[in-house]
Design a protein around this ligand. Structure first.
Ligand SMILES: Nc1ncnc2c1ncn2[C@@H]1O[C@H](COP(=O)(O)OP(=O)(O)OP(=O)(O)O)[C@@H](O)[C@H]1O
Ligand SMILES: [Mg+2]
Length: 220
């Protein structure tokens, strides 16, 4: 269960102008559910996702995951074992191969034996249709392949929650739909909670519920 209580975040644009990117946001998300975060440009969607992902810690209010404030988790543990994040721009490391990119989140810690990690990698390469691309570099991949690598990287450490910020934003609509279908299938297979920021109405038809943001407030 994720519980967010009265989240607030302000950006000072200059001395006089302050933007309330999040203005008192409260919600609960049950385990293994699928959630869309929707709303107009500038409504606070990415701000909320970055906070949930532990990438931004400068906010007020609190987020509990499994009853524990996310600020009380070890940062690396939280970002590697609790959440996995997927971005619009894929954010792959250009100098690493596909397999190395996928393994990146677990290449520092000791949360998995190398046997387990190799098995997990083989499973994800197979599941995401990347088996014959394992030794390629990101420059040699299509957009859809790149995003599948990013999904595998987000899943490698078996996180409880997958966060995706407009994961289809850089893809054509057919490839985008395939990626979305894959994310929903993987949500079922892996039992993860899927939280997805989207502008695409097709996409949020399939979710358990949506969080509608407007001017940093929930507007359901
Ligand atoms: N680094 C920053 N500095 C100042 N203001 C920011 C910063 N990041 C975001 N903002 C402001 O906070 C508000 C929320 O931004 P956010 O990126 O969360 O919106 P969004 O809903 O993700 O929009 P989009 O759909 O365009 O991606 C906006 O008014 C934005 O201008
Ligand atoms: Mg955004």
């Amino acid at each position: 269960m994720i519980k967010a209580q009265d989240l607030r975040k302000e950006y000072k644009q200059n001395k006089k102008v302050t933007v309330k990117a999040l203005d008192g946001v409260t919600f609960e998300i049950p385990d293994s559910s699928t959630v869309a975060i929707v709303g107009p440009s500038g409504s606070g969607k990415s701000t909320l996702l970055n906070i949930l992902g532990g990438l931004d810690t400068d906010y007020s209010g609190e987020i509990l995951v499994n009853g524990k404030n996310i600020k009380d988790y070890n940062t690396n543990d939280y970002r590697r074992k609790v959440v996995g994040t997927i971005f619009q721009q894929f954010n792959l490391v250009p100098s690493l191969t596909v397999a190395e990119n996928i393994m990146l989140p677990i290449s520092f810690g000791k949360q998995m034996s190398s046997f387990e990690a190799e098995n997990r990698l083989a499973h994800l390469l197979d599941r995401l249709g990347l088996k014959d691309r394992a030794k390629h570099t990101p420059a040699e991949l299509s957009g859809g392949q790149s995003q599948r690598v990013a999904i595998a990287r987000a899943l490698i450490s078996k996180p409880q929650i997958i966060l995706a910020d407009e994961p289809t934003g850089n893809l054509d609509s057919k490839t985008g739909n395939e990626i979305v279908e894959l994310l929903f299938e993987l949500n079922k297979e892996e039992g993860t909670t899927l939280i997805i920021v989207t502008h695409d109405p097709e996409l949020f038809k399939n979710v358990d519920f949506s969080i509608h943001l407007k001017d940093g407030k929930i507007n359901n």
